[in-house]
Design a protein around this ligand. Sequence first.
Ligand SMILES: [Cu+2]
Length: 177
Amino acid sequence: MRKIILVVIALLLVPVYANAHANVVSSIPTAGGSTSFMPDRIQITFTENLLQLEGKKVNSIALSYMKHSDLGLAVPLTDVKVEGSTLSAEVSAGQYETGNYNVSYSIVSADGHKLDGSFLFTLKSFGSTFQSATPSATPVPTNGGGDGVLPLPIVGAIAIAVIVGLFVAFSRRNRSK
Ligand SMILES: [Cu+2]
């Protein structure tokens, strides 16, 4: 009888475990927040430890300056590190323009589940530096790995704009009836 109870408990626990997907707990800078200085490291902490495989790039993080809403300029990141449930990378030394920056990440939690996402933060002070010794390292434009391929956050933004546009058009048409 005790064995049966244990099996039942084990079976009940399986879906709970399978649904324990990683989520973002916190980040530096705060998602959707604003900051006076570009931090020397971008950092994201998840609800679960991240998977690490020797010699394989399982988890990635990228930073881009959203010069215009439709254009992201990649900001070089180095020293990508996974420590438990935290993914971080060093921001290249230099000066950074004020405006919106997008952090995108692609991780695999220890249970093998993949999670992609992104968030924005705003740099408030022009020319903010975190290492004034380095004169200038303005974000360098890149093609993001493929000509004509829009980064996912931008595709998402366009999709939202289209949906909002359709919604507005639809509700206007309904009102005029
Ligand atoms: Cu999971």
